[in-house]
Write a protein that binds this ligand. Structure first.
Ligand SMILES: [Zn+2]
Length: 247
């Protein structure tokens, strides 16, 4: 394999790494919220958690879900192959359905006591920035394996679609957790379509009602349809953390 092809195979991982570093630099230049805790120890802890999370996904999720996606593609299981759509339309619909079912999973993470026990670790970060995007408890990721398998099986997600969705979602998750203040016109335009840092900041506010809003990990349309969309008005006044008013 030539060097160029070998580099090409690693391009998505390199691009995701570049997005992470670009967000880390940008959020320092244009912060959205003032920090409440020193950043270096938090970033170190979140990077360590991210390494444990990546290991969990590599050992527990990928072998199960990727194998299932190969089987789904070979046997033409699930919704997408039945629709007979042209490839670009099938890809777009598949990405939207994977995003919608991830939104449903996020609702469950907040509504089920068992799942909240692990998802609360993600919300317990006293600040919200790019590093928080890596802060997922390995137990939450283990619980998500059967859900992910169900998504792939019902939607009919091929390995290529699964990979594309995973990469786009990770980039968007890093962006929405960042502490980056966008120029108001860009904030308004983007929030019509995707979750911005200001919108997701409300989901990480330390108030029960706010944490039940803006649950999407990608498109804002799901929150709008479910009545959980809350526009970002004054995000700099939001206090990040676990709910202080939970029953
Ligand atoms: Zn959450």
């Amino acid at each position: 394999m030539s060097v160029v092809r070998r580099l090409g195979a690693h391009l998505p991982a390199l691009a995701l790494g570049a997005v992470f570093v670009a967000l880390l630099v940008s959020e320092r230049r244009r912060p959205l919220r003032a920090r409440s805790a020193p950043e270096p120890p938090r970033l170190a802890a979140n990077l360590a958690t991210g390494a444990a999370a990546a290991l969990t996904v590599a050992l527990a999720e990928e072998p199960v879900v990727q194998r299932l996606a190969r089987e789904v593609e070979r046997r033409r299981w699930g919704l997408l192959p039945r629709l007979g759509l042209p490839a670009p339309a099938a890809t777009a619909l598949g990405l939207a359905l994977m995003d919608y079912t991830l939104f449903l999973w996020h609702i469950l993470l907040h509504r089920s006591d068992t799942l909240w026990r692990w998802h609360r670790y993600h919300h317990a970060d006293p600040d919200l920035d790019t590093g928080t995007a890596l802060r997922f408890h390995p137990m939450e990721l283990l619980w998500s394996v059967p859900w992910r398998a169900g998504q792939v099986l019902l939607i009919g997600t091929s390995p290529a679609l699964l990979k594309l969705w995973g990469q786009l979602t990770l980039a968007e998750v890093m962006f929405q957790h960042s502490n980056l203040r966008l120029p108001p016109p860009l904030e308004r335009a983007l929030s019509r379509v995707i979750v911005t840092p200001a919108l997701h900041g409300l989901h990480h506010a330390n108030r029960e009602a706010l944490q039940r809003s803006n649950l999407s990990s990608g498109l804002t349309v799901w929150d709008r349809l479910h009545g959980s969309y809350r526009p970002a008005e004054a995000p700099q006044h939001v206090t990040i953390g676990l709910p202080v008013d939970a029953g």
